[in-house]
Design a protein around this ligand. Structure first.
Ligand SMILES: Nc1ncnc2c1ncn2[C@@H]1O[C@H](COP(=O)(O)OP(=O)(O)OP(=O)(O)O)[C@@H](O)[C@H]1O
Ligand code: SF4
Ligand SMILES: [Mg+2]
Length: 342
């Protein structure tokens, strides 16, 4: 098996606030193989963005990584000097975010912004960067590159701006692209086009991708492997096949059900009842217990560890075997029919 490109182990991140500590990431581990697409899925506030910002050294304000390692191409990103990490960001690891306007400079021509990425990493000289920018614009689906080179971000639609961001992110041919909700702000048709573009670029380059999304449907269409996060912890992790056929965590099943609901007549996202809360102390029991129909006494007293349940499938739930045994009838199970809450 190929060695992992990125391997994150036991990552913890906290934020100090005036009124106490927020435990945003609580010991997550995951890895990404060369050429693989990893999906990180979870509701708002589950710690998806903070996890990747932590490993990229981009935490804002009073955020701090308190434990863990993040080995990328053999180097621990959490222990690099600031300068070394800045060199790697944008060169070896590209990033795109939900709102390109926050990452693009509104006063600078888009061509110059793409060129600048290459020049700042000494990827090529000015002439080389100019020519490559024209190629990149074409590759990301922006026609008439020479004319568009001189446009400003506000002259572009949301979808076109995201294409510019993608061009910037891949300009130095990174081995890993991190995309944090890259299509959330776009309408469904443009979302599909952008995901298709990412896939095409990835296949040409054998680049790895981490795709962060709250949309389970997007993750299952795009990723080789998915991890589901909740309260800064990994609840379940499996290859796509495992997720589609046999999810073993009640939270994952809740997320999946919300996708099924969207696919049916109502087009209304049926949320899992209850709310994800920021943790003000480290989790000592199952963080999902307050919202889980299957919560039993043990769930409220003992933290479920992430454990293998066969093959490459991991789950953090005391009752995973019962959930699995219920198989395709899980909706009934969640409605209270098959397994009692004990
Ligand atoms: N600067 C901060 N100060 C305090 N708490 C923070 C800060 N940034 C993030 N958090 C907390 O960390 C937790 C995880 O946030 P994060 O942004 O990673 O969520 P997310 O899964 O990316 O959600 P979304 O889907 O909304 O982007 C949240 O509870 C959030 O309130
Ligand atoms: S450990 Fe218990 S409360 Fe948590 S998800 Fe599993 S069954 Fe539900
Ligand atoms: Mg986020």
């Amino acid at each position: 098996m190929a060695e992992d490109l990125l391997s994150v182990q036991d990552l913890h991140t906290e934020f100090e606030r005036g009124d106490g500590t927020v435990y945003a990431v609580n010991g997550i581990s995951f890895s990404v193989a060369p050429g693989e697409t990893l999906g990180i899925v979870g509701e708002s506030g589950s710690g998806k963005s903070v996890s990747v910002l932590s490993i990229m050294g981009l935490l804002r304000g009073n955020g701090q990584v308190t434990e863990g390692t993040a080995k990328f191409m053999g180097k621990d990103l959490l222990r690099l000097r600031r300068r070394q990490l800045e060199d790697m960001r944008g060169r070896d690891i590209g990033m795109i975010f939900q709102d390109p306007m926050t990452s693009l400079n509104p006063t600078m021509r888009i061509g110059d912004q793409i060129t600048e990425v290459m020049l700042s990493h000494q990827y090529t000289n000015r002439k080389g960067a100019f020519n490559r920018t024209l190629q990149l614009l074409e590759e990301v689906g922006i026609p008439e590159g020479k004319a568009r080179f001189r446009s400003y971000p506000h002259e572009f639609s949301g979808g076109m701006r995201q294409r510019v961001m993608i061009a910037m992110a891949i300009a130095c041919e990174p081995q890993l692209l991190i995309a944090d909700e890259p299509t959330t702000a776009l309408d469904v048709t443009v979302q599909t086009q952008i995901l298709a573009l990412l896939r095409e670029l990835q296949q040409k380059r054998r680049m790895s991708i981490i795709l962060i999304t709250h949309d389970f449907g997007v993750a299952t269409n795009f990723c080789d492997r998915i991890i589901v996060m909740y309260a800064g912890k990994v609840m379940e992790s499996a290859p796509l096949d495992g997720f589609l056929r046999r999810s073993a965590h009640p939270y994952t099943i809740g997320l999946k059900r919300s996708v099924i609901e969207v696919g049916t007549q109502s087009h209304q996202l049926k949320a899992i009842p209850g709310m994800a809360m920021a943790l003000t102390e480290p989790p000592r029991a199952c963080p999902f217990a307050g919202r889980c129909d299957l919560a039993a006494r043990r769930c409220r007293e003992e933290l479920p560890e992430l454990r293998a349940i066969g093959g490459d499938h991991y789950v953090a739930c005391h009752r995973a075997e019962e959930v699995l045994a219920a198989g395709a009838t899980l909706d009934n199970l969640m409605a209270g029919g098959v397994v009692s809450a004990g």
